[in-house]
Structure formats: structure tokens, C-alpha cells
Write a protein that binds this ligand. Structure first.
Ligand code: BGC
Length: 719
């Protein structure tokens, strides 16, 4: 019976898809050449034209990916000043990745998609899945970390959740946009195997498993050609091998040539004549590469009409899924449920990095003096950062959250340092006297039982911000010196690190505890207080490695040509050895390893086994173990399964993440976890063959709770 219902559903879905394709054929027949061309480029900063004569609507887009951006003016980057466009700010995607919880990614997608729908957006410009290659990349906070498997698992439910609302997700930036420095033209040289194993899997998952309706091309070049109209990346891989049937949108200003854009799969051109978010020249939509120049070439026959027809077909297909889908809901905004999702993601994503003698949680029932020091205790982090900036209906700061939760304590606050206002593409120096802030912070620290140092990076230029990379691995604004002096007068310091990137931590051994909080959106302060007070037992895990020093990171290890390049070219010399793959294989101990994250409870993994010892292609390996909570608090643990090949034809990382599962376990109880891994997923990308190759022989399965916390190794073989 169930089978019959399923088959009927599939047939009716196929039928309705055929009906849609037929309708699209009919529409294309009625369109003039000019109308077709118009649909392929912007008419304003964030919209492309429809065909009013036939009732075909405009397409409206918005950034993405952490909430729906404030309304932007028609023709320039200024905010339109609407009074009804404030939204729920969700945590940054690094935080979502840290939850290791795909179900939360789905809830996040549904909620942000509902807000996009309410704001009448047809495409939400996100999520971003560019791989974390260097801690200096200004946009890492918008992405899902260094591991292609983790990013693939998290991106799919996000995309599906958004699209359940009849709003297209737009996975970005395809591909190899792994730094902001020279992003508009840097030519990335990377070998095929690394491209396929590290930098493409999350995009591939979004397309083939998430069925994403749109993809955004990247600014940079790859093999000498701009990524947004790339013969290999777009024609061969995205639209060919992966069968992407949606719309490829440029990044804003990433189209560079009419014929290349026409033939290499670009469907909608946005933002030309602008340099990202900063500059915007004259009203020039008619001069876009896919506007008049395209029209002229089509008219003269230099480009065949079938080329524009394919683009229009894809655009109309996206419309039938979004703004011409009469069944889509109306969306909602700033509702209680969205804030609950935002807070849940935020609390689950916070990573307990260090906790000497159970320094955290801090008992909220105790009368004591807590000094909250650091500019990030009060700085709005939904503001700044570039295109992901948000106009949040509210943002609870860490200080507010702490004050609201620790009502029995006396809370003192001192800024400690000042970074100056946030400005896109510029560093504005602060007006406040740094010396007096510094001195006041030391005095405040002296008066307290506990110091919570709320510092890190922020969303200003050259911090965690689009359009530039960080200039140094160190914490900015003299925070290292300040921390050292605070610790000298009060050793009870807990660090609350607000950043989207790894930073140098010369003071780490001297602070009692540390949480990594990322950027948490509207409910940031509540979520931080939830974890500091122990109302929520932390369960986040790091989605990228924290190197002890910058040169321990592989992109930096290989010097300037590797990162940032010579301004024309750069070479990904580390190949597949990105993140923990590098640290493990080269035996360079990170400060904090990928997958690391403590809990207020303790977990033991027992009875770790695979269902068999020998597998063949096409089979599934089942890894199971018991997770015992041996602490006194309920909590969650993430069981991580890595696999490595013993003796391979090709260079391999010691191990790679192939499965994980997050499990809630009440105190003094245990849960059994089952993780399935497709044996075919152990294949490597064979350059000669131009495809995946499953090597026979021995493999090692590593089961643990972090990439450096392996509890058991099991040998298996593939026949
Ligand atoms: C960014 C994109 C963004 C677009 C529109 C570009 O500068 O790279 O991520 O979606 O602007 O704001």
C-alpha cells in the first residue's frame, strides 16, 4: 500500500514537472527576443525584470544567509529606510555547522525561508559553502567550515528548508572563493583531485541531494577563466555531470564577457559595474554583458537563439517553483518560533573549548561580582560584515544576556578597548581614549570574583568581514596585552570568544575556561547566558581546526604564492591536505582540533564496532557504539567516524570524516548510535580517469568524539 502511494506520488510529480516544462515551452514561443534577453540581467540592485505583457513577474532576491537583509535602494547600495524590514537574525553558518545537527539546519532553513517569503523574496542568496582554507579569510564566518563532508551534510537540509517555502536558496560562491583578498580576479590553481574532493562536494550535495534551485558564481578565476561563466565549472560539472536544472546567478559584478557568459552557462547577471558592495557607477543595466551586447549578438546570429532560450527556460522553471507557484505559503517574520530556532542553533553551536576545574558553568544563584570586560560584550554583531549584515528587530548583547540571567550577581562592565565603528571597506579609528579604557578595565577586574572577557574579532573591515581578509592572526585592538594584565590582577578569567575565525591565543593556558561563541544573531546574549549558567549543556564541535600559529595552517605553510598569491595567481599547494587532514597527516598538533568540543558532562564510548570486516562496492558499513553519559548532567555528544586508507596508490590524508551522529543522553544513561557509511564514499577522485575510484584493500575506521579524540580504530577491508 505504502509502495503504491509512493509510486503514484512519483508519477504525479513527474507528470506535473512535464506539465510545467510544457507551459514553459508555450511561454518561450510567445516571448520576443528582447523580452528573453531582459530576463537574463538585473533591473535594479536586487531584482530582474519579468514580462508584464504576459503576467510574468519580476524576480526579487535578498542576502542571505543568516537572515533577510534590510531593503536596499533600487539603484545604489544605500538602505531604503523601510520601517517594516527588520527581521530575525539567525546565527552565522559557522555556528550552524558547529551544531553538527542536520535537523537544526533544516529548521534554520525553514525559518529563514519563511522570513524571505514574508519579505517577498524569491531567491535567498545563501547558504555559503566555500571551504575554510585559511583563518585569515574575512568571510569564513558565512561558511560551514573546513570539511567537505560536514558542509555537505549541513547544506542539504538548509536548502530544502528554505525551498519548502517556495523561495529558492542560492548556494554560493561557486567555486574556489576561499579568500577575499583580490577576490575579483585572483586565478586559483588547484589540482583536479583537490577540486573534486575538497572544494566541490558541498556544492554537489546542494545540487544533487538538496535540489537547490539557484547557484551563485564566484568572483575569482579558476584556470584562467572567471568562475561565473566557466566552461569546466559550469558547463561540464554543474550543468553537465550534476544535472543542475536551476539558474546560475552571478555574484554581484562577476560577469566579464558576453560570449563567455552566453555560452558558459550564466543565466542571470547581477551587479555589473559595481565592485562588490562599495562602488556603483551609472545606471547601466542596458549595458550589462547579458543585456544589449547579448541582444545584438543574438540578432546578428553570432549567438544562436537556443542559448538564450535555455537561460529563459531555467529562469521560468525557477519561477514556477517560486513566484509562479500559486500554492506557496505567505511566510512569517519575527515570530516566536523563529526566535526559538535561532536560540537553539546558537546554544547548540557554542563550543566549550576549555574548562579547567569546571570553571563553567557559573552558578546563577550565587551572590558574587562578575566583571564583564571587552567591547564585544556590547557590540552589535548583526551590523557590519558586508552583504550578510542584518537589520535585526532586536539583538541581545552578551552583557544584556548575562545581566538578565545572573540576577543575584553584581555585574560590572568595562569596555577595555574600542575598535571604532563598522564600515564596509574602510577602517575607521575609534575616538575613545584607549589608555583610559585599558586602565578602567584593569580596575574593574580587580573588584570582581570572576572576569568574563568578551572579546575576539568583529564585523569591521579586516576582521570577520567581506571585501578584505584579516591582516594578522593575532587578536586585534591590543586584546592580548589587556588579557595578560587582567589575568595578573585576577586569575579567575573565563574567555567568551566572539569570532568566526581561529585566532592566536597566547593567553590560553592562563584563562580558566573558554567558550567559542561565533556570531549568534538576535538572541546572542540569551544563548551565551544559557551556556554560561548551565541552563544548556554545551554540545558544539569545531567545524575547523585552530592552528597554534599561522604557519601551521597549510595554506600559509607554503608561503605567499599559496596564500594570498601574487595578485594574479595563487596555488593551492597543500592539495587535499586542508584543515585536520593536514594536521593529522603532517603531525602538526593544532591548538584545537576539528571536531573538538567539551561538555559539562562526561561521555564514554563503548562497544564500538562495525557490522562486518569486509565490504564491497555498493554496500553500506554500519558503525555502532554505546554513548554513556557518566556525568551528572544531561547532555549531547557527537560521535564522529573517520576513515583512512592503509597503503594507497595516491597520497591520502590519515583520515577523513565519513559519518557522525549527535545524540542526547540523560545523566547516568546510555544510548546506542548507528552510523551508516556508503562504501562508495571511500573512493578518491582519480585524475587520470576523471572520476571516482574505490581502492580495494585495507582501511581503518576511526571512531571518536573529535578528530584528536579517537577512542577506537577498526580495520576493515574492501574487496
Ligand atoms: C557577495 C555576495 C552577495 C552579493 C549581493 C556580493 O558582493 O559576494 O555574497 O550575495 O554581493 O549582496
Amino acid at each position: 500500500m505504502v509502495m503504491l502511494v509512493l509510486v503514484t506520488q512519483i508519477i504525479s510529480a513527474q507528470q506535473s514537472q512535464q506539465d510545467v516544462e510544457k507551459k514553459i515551452d508555450d511561454i518561450i514561443k510567445q516571448l520576443t527576443l528582447k523580452e528573453k534577453v531582459d530576463m537574463c540581467h538585473a533591473q535594479s540592485k536586487f531584482s530582474s525584470p519579468g514580462v508584464p505583457r504576459l503576467g510574468i513577474p519580476e524576480i526579487w532576491m535578498s542576502d542571505g544567509p543568516h537572515g533577510v537583509r534590510g531593503e536596499i535602494n533600487w539603484d545604489n547600495w544605500g538602505y531604503a529606510g523601510w520601517t517594516n524590514d527588520s527581521i530575525t537574525a539567525f546565527p552565522a553558518l559557522t555556528c550552524l555547522a558547529s551544531t553538527f545537527n542536520p535537523d537544526l539546519a533544516h529548521q534554520y532553513g525553514v525559518a529563514v525561508g519563511e522570513e524571505a517569503r514574508y519579505r517577498r523574496k524569491d531567491i535567498l542568496l545563501g547558504p555559503g559553502v566555500n571551504i575554510y582554507r585559511t583563518p585569515l579569510n574575512g568571510r569564513n564566518f558565512e561558511y560551514m567550515g573546513e570539511d567537505p563532508y560536514l558542509a555537505s551534510i549541513m547544506v542539504v537540509p538548509y536548502v530544502q528548508g528554505v525551498q519548502e517555502n517556495g523561495v529558492a536558496a542560492c548556494v554560493k560562491h561557486y567555486a574556489l572563493n576561499n579568500q577575499e583578498e583580490w577576490r575579483g580576479h585572483i586565478n586559483v590553481n588547484v589540482d583536479d583531485r583537490t577540486l573534486h574532493e575538497i572544494y566541490l562536494p558541498a556544492f554537489k550535495a546542494a545540487v544533487t541531494k538538496g535540489h537547490v534551485w539557484s547557484v551563485m558564481g564566484a568572483y575569482n578565476k579558476y584556470n584562467g577563466q572567471h568562475a561565473s561563466h566557466h566552461e569546466i565549472l559550469v558547463n561540464k560539472i554543474l550543468k553537465g555531470d550534476w544535472g543542475f536544472d536551476g539558474v546560475l546567478v552571478t555574484d554581484w559584478g562577476s560577469a566579464h564577457d558576453t560570449k563567455e557568459a552566453a555560452y558558459n552557462g550564466l543565466d542571470i547577471e547581477m551587479g555589473t559595474w559595481t565592485n562588490g558592495l562599495t562602488f556603483s557607477a551609472n545606471f547601466a543595466y542596458d549595458n550589462y554583458f547579458l543585456a544589449n551586447p547579448f541582444y545584438e549578438m543574438l540578432k546578428s546570429g553570432e549567438i544562436e537563439e537556443s542559448v538564450v532560450d535555455d537561460k529563459v527556460r531555467r529562469i521560468l522553471r525557477l519561477m514556477f517553483r517560486t513566484n509562479m507557484n500559486m500554492e506557496r505559503g505567505l511566510g512569517r517574520i519575527n515570530n516566536k518560533e523563529h526566535h526559538e530556532v535561532a536560540r537553539k542553533v546558537a546554544t547548540e553551536g557554542i563550543v566549550l573549548m576549555k574548562n579547567e576545574n569546571n570553571f563553567f558553568p557559573i552558578n546563577p544563584e550565587k551572590e558574587m561580582t562578575i566583571a564583564v570586560i571587552g567591547e564585544n560584550a556590547t557590540k552589535m554583531m548583526t551590523i557590519g560584515g558586508g552583504s550578510s549584515e542584518l537589520k535585526a528587530q532586536y539583538e541581545i548583547s552578551p552583557l544584556e544576556g548575562i545581566k538578565l540571567r545572573f540576577t543575584k550577581a553584581t555585574i560590572l562592565h568595562s569596555m577595555g578597548y574600542s575598535s571604532g565603528p563598522s564600515a564596509y571597506g574602510r577602517v575607521i579609528p575609534p575616538h575613545i581614549n584607549q589608555d583610559s579604557l585599558y586602565a578602567a578595565a584593569i580596575e574593574t577586574a580587580k573588584k570582581a570574583d570572576i572576569v568574563l572577557f568578551v572579546g575576539g574579532l568583529n564585523k569591521n573591515h579586516h576582521q570577520d568581514c567581506e571585501g578584505g581578509d584579516r591582516l594578522t592572526f593575532e587578536l586585534p585592538f591590543n586584546q592580548n596585552a589587556l588579557l595578560k594584565d587582567i589575568i595578573a590582577v585576577n586569575p579567575n578569567v573565563g574567555m567568551v570568544m566572539v569570532s568566526g575565525n581561529a585566532v592566536a591565543m597566547p593567553w590560553l593556558k592562563d584563562v580558566k575556561a573558554m567558550i567559542q561563541t561565533w556570531y549568534l544573531g538576535s538572541d546572542a546574549g540569551y544563548a551565551i547566558a544559557d551556556v554560561l549558567s548551565g541552563d544548556v549543556n554545551p554540545s558544539g564541535k569545531l567545524p575547523f581546526s585552530f592552528p597554534a600559529k599561522l604557519n601551521d595552517n597549510p595554506a600559509h605553510y607554503y608561503g605567499e604564492l599559496s596564500y594570498p598569491g601574487d595578485s594574479i595567481d595563487q596555488y593551492y599547494k597543500e592539495g587535499i591536505l586542508v584543515g585536520y587532514r593536514w594536521h593529522d597527516t603532517k603531525k602538526i598538533k593544532p591548538l584545537f582540533a576539528f571536531g573538538h568540543g567539551l561538555s559539562y558532562s562526561n561521555f564514554e564510548l563503548n562497544n564500538i564496532k562495525t557490522d562486518k570486516s569486509t565490504y564491497s562496492a555498493g554496500q553500506t558499513m554500519k558503525v555502532s557504539c554505546d554513548v554513556a553519559n557518566v556525568g551528572s548532567l544531561d547532555g549531547a555528544e557527537v560521535v564522529q567516524v573517520y576513515v583512512g586508507k592503509v597503503k594507497s596508490k595516491v597520497d591520502r590524508a590519515i583520515k577523513e570524516l565519513k559519518g557522525f551522529d549527535k545524540v542526547q543522553v540523560v545523566a547516568n544513561d546510555k544510548q546506542t548510535v548507528n552510523i551508516s557509511i556508503d562504501i562508495d564514499d571511500l573512493a578518491y577522485y582519480c585524475t587520470e580517469k576523471g572520476g571516482w575510484e574505490l581502492e580495494k584493500g585495507q582501511y581503518i575506521v576511526y571512531v571518536g568524539t573529535a578528530s584528536d579524540q579517537i577512542k577506537k580504530k577498526i580495520k576493515i577491508s574492501v574487496e
